[in-house]
Design a protein around this ligand. Structure first.
Ligand code: 5GP
Length: 104
């Protein structure tokens, strides 16, 4: 099955500005930012949406939240504030079928 764009970014087969990567999480700049800081965070395991998370995925989700907190600090928005958003399916506004969180 062909990889979607976030799988290609995760595997560094498509161009993107990756700002953080470890065993569990990849974070990169949104191509069409809606705020001065707009970072997308994905688990390195392909999960289509929040509907598809399983108990065994909890390590990916906790690492993702910790990474969001750390990136907010690194980008100097911890104190001023930020939102962490995930869109789920069509009515939730999800365009890319790979679980991701917007840090904005
Ligand atoms: P969604 O609507 O699925 O929650 O968010 C998808 C996000 O991915 C959008 O904010 C969009 O700008 C971003 N996006 C779509 N294609 C690309 C791409 O090729 N590279 C990057 N860096 N972001 C993308």
């Amino acid at each position: 099955m062909e990889k979607n764009i976030f799988e290609k970014i995760r595997d560094e087969e498509a161009q993107s500005s990756i700002v953080y990567k470890d065993e569990y999480v990849t974070a990169f700049l949104d191509i069409d930012p809606s705020a001065p800081v707009h970072i997308l965070l994905i688990p390195n395991k392909k999960i289509e949406s929040l509907n598809d998370i399983k108990e065994e995925d909890s390590i990916y989700l906790s690492k993702l939240l910790l990474t969001a907190k750390n990136l907010a600090k690194k980008h100097n928005i911890s104190e001023s504030g930020y939102r962490l958003i995930t869109n789920c399916n069509k009515d939730g506004g999800q365009e890319i079928p790979y679980l991701h969180f917007h840090l904005v």
